[in-house]
Design a protein around this ligand. Structure first.
Ligand code: THU
Length: 136
């Protein structure tokens, strides 16, 4: 799947964001190895800490449905849903990616003009790797 299509699906997912506290709307589209795409949005909570990011919503939906092999994720976001700079996944979401993805997993960080792409190895160096450190 071309990045532009995955990015379109991330932008569509952003419209589902539940972000009454931060006003920050985020969308993600996760591409599985078999071609299936899972979309996710951020879902906030009045107690703040239960808030879940768009990337993890997408991952957990996919894992629940039995997927374990992933190719790429597109992520976009911005205050009131207005996309400005490239959207970098938070540290917690990077570690969730590490749980299921190899070094070559690609992250498309959407900006106002297009996107920047990076691998998981690039955005999460020296990571705690379940394969290396937990014998998975
Ligand atoms: N957020 C995401 O959805 N993904 C990230 O990687 C970083 C932050 C959400 C969480 C919260 O609802 C809002 O953005 C502001 O932090």
């Amino acid at each position: 799947m071309i990045p532009e299509k995955l990015i379109e699906l991330a932008k569509d997912a952003m419209t589902r964001a539940y972000a009454p506290y931060s006003g920050y709307k985020v969308g993600a589209a996760l591409l599985c190895a078999d071609g299936t795409v899972y979309q996710g949005c951020n879902i906030e909570n009045a107690s703040f800490s239960p808030t879940v990011c768009a990337e993890r919503t997408a991952f957990f939906k996919a894992v629940y449905d039995g997927h374990r092999d992933f190719v790429a994720i597109a992520v976009c976001g911005g205050k009131d849903g207005i996309i400005t700079g490239p959207f970098p996944p938070c540290g917690v979401c990077r570690q969730v990616m590490r749980e299921f993805c190899g070094d070559d997993f690609v992250i498309y960080m959407v900006d106002a003009e297009g996107y920047e792409a990076a691998t998981l190895a690039q955005i999460l160096p020296y990571s705690f790797d379940p394969k290396k450190h937990m014998g998975q």
